[in-house]
Write a protein that binds this ligand. Structure first.
Ligand SMILES: [Zn+2]
Length: 476
């Protein structure tokens, strides 16, 4: 099989590069998953949607993807600087449940959102609590190579021993030091050093804690991703993904600890999804869970949106760009998807194979957009233009839609557009045609009326004249 050349923006090189996998035909892809102490907000979900487009694009290009998404079910601390409250314990306190119940509940809720957004299941969903042994082993390797030191509250990674630390994120370490010094944990050698293993506070029995060679405690947040990625996908990944907010700390630390442990590059490509911002109408700012009320998928469903409306909404902006969320923007996306479904429904029942040069041209255009760093907004524009191409056979349009939907994931093949549509719910193109036919009949221009009737038939509709005016019925 020939792989379509795919160009992806690599955060590590800060440029678009042609993608090559380490093993021909196989892509090892690791995506940082949720910390399951609360529902996911729609900003988190935007990242998983972008990663799903990437997974689908890779498969569309001919690769087999080995895909891992971790579940962080051990509480890491609310701040990136290893201080603050344990997120899971905070959730447990809030709801009067055990941390284990909290983790189970929100893992289930997360999986539900995952399914509703039509995201493809990863090959493996590793859980942090199932990989304590692997995390301890990795810390031991780092200890054996001299990259760690012990202070009162845990085992830390010494970032000064990794000269490239900060290069990935373009961090200005010296200036950062001055700013962070105030909040630095006592005994830390460098402000950027991070915990690999934290000790349980003395005389406190934590709900989640484990024995380790250094004492009872729990792993630092960053170490789990390196340990689980290496276990399930190997020491060097093809692609590592996450949200843009992971670049500065989490991914910088993952790179430091992984590369110091193995002496190999941790990932060839690093891809990051842009932030979801609240539009001015919603108050502005980055969508985050630290606000008391946050918008989650169920919030959209409660307002009668389909989860796939949100998926479609995410396609309207390039994944690396900021995307501004507001109810009016989401409404426009819903209208866009509804209109696409209406155009799609009659075509899906008459799918032929893709044969003509014209159909191949449309497919090439779509593929080029997808393979150009997942340009979904452009791909969506191509879909809409293709549907309007009067020279393209209807059967080929249907076939192309099903083909494109392998990447779009909008379930176009399962179109549930209503079988019977009244005049006012039809999209503009059809309704103006119907109006023209009514006028033609009134002026006794039966030739034109018949022509339009045949045109509808081609689009998969039959016209029924009834007491409430002309109604279109979908041909089954
Ligand atoms: Zn991670």
């Amino acid at each position: 099989m020939n792989f379509k050349p795919l160009s992806l923006y690599n955060t590590a090189s800060k440029s678009k590069q042609e993608f090559q996998s380490l093993t021909p035909g196989i892509v090892k892809m690791y995506c940082c998953g949720p910390t399951v102490y609360n529902y996911a907000h729609i900003g988190n979900l935007r990242t998983y949607i972008f990663e799903d487009f990437l997974r689908r694009a890779l498969e569309y290009a001919g690769y087999t993807v080995q895909h891992a998404v971790n579940i962080t079910d051990v509480g890491h601390l609310t701040s990136d600087a290893d201080t603050g409250e344990d997120k899971l314990e905070k959730g447990a306190k809030r709801e009067g449940k055990s941390v284990w119940d909290i983790a189970a509940l929100y893992t289930e809720e997360f999986m539900r959102d995952w399914e509703r957004l039509n995201l493809l299941d990863p090959t493996v969903w590793p859980k942090a609590t199932d990989h304590i042994k692997e995390q301890i082993t990795l810390v031991q390797t780092l200890e054996g190579k001299g990259f760690t030191y012990k202070i009162d509250d845990g085992i830390y990674f010494d970032t000064s021993k990794f000269p490239r630390y900060g290069e990935f994120a373009g961090l200005d370490i010296e200036n950062q030091e001055a700013g962070i010094r105030v909040a630095m944990a006592e005994g830390k050698k460098n402000p950027t050093d991070f915990a690999l293993w934290k000790f349980s506070p003395k005389d406190v029995k934590r709900a989640m804690e484990w024995d380790s060679p250094w004492g009872v405690g729990f792993p630092g947040w960053h170490i789990e991703c390196s340990a689980m990625a290496m276990k399930h996908l190997g020491e060097t990944l093809d692609i590592h993904c996450g949200g843009a907010d992971h670049v500065r700390v989490h991914h910088t630390n993952e790179i430091a600890q992984s590369e110091c442990a193995t002496g190999k590059p941790f990932a060839t490509f690093w891809l990051h999804g842009g932030w979801l911002l609240e539009s001015k109408e919603e108050g502005g700012g980055k969508m985050s869970k630290s606000k008391d009320e946050f918008v989650r998928l169920q919030t959209l469903i409660n307002k009668h949106y389909d989860p796939l409306d949100y998926r479609y909404f995410c396609m309207t902006s390039h994944y690396r760009n900021y995307l501004s969320f507001g109810w009016s923007n989401l409404k426009s996306a819903k209208e866009g998807l509804t209109s696409l479904r209406k155009k799609t429904a009659p075509l899906i029942n008459q799918v032929t194979s893709i044969e003509s040069d014209l159909a191949h041209e449309w497919r090439d255009q779509f593929t080029s957009a997808i393979c150009d760093d997942l340009n979904l907004p452009q791909a969506l524009g191509i879909v809409n233009k293709m549907l309007k191409d009067i020279n393209l056979m209807e059967g080929e349009k249907g076939a192309l839609l099903l083909d494109f939907d392998q990447v779009l994931g909008l379930d176009l093949g399962k179109s549930d557009a209503p079988a019977k549509e009244s005049f006012d719910t039809l999209d503009r193109e059809l309704s103006s045609l119907l109006q023209e036919r009514n006028e033609a009949r009134k002026s006794k221009n039966f030739a034109r009326a018949d022509e339009i009737r045949d045109l509808f038939k081609e689009k998969g509709y039959v016209i029924k004249d009834g007491p409430e005016g002309a109604v279109l019925e979908k041909i089954q």
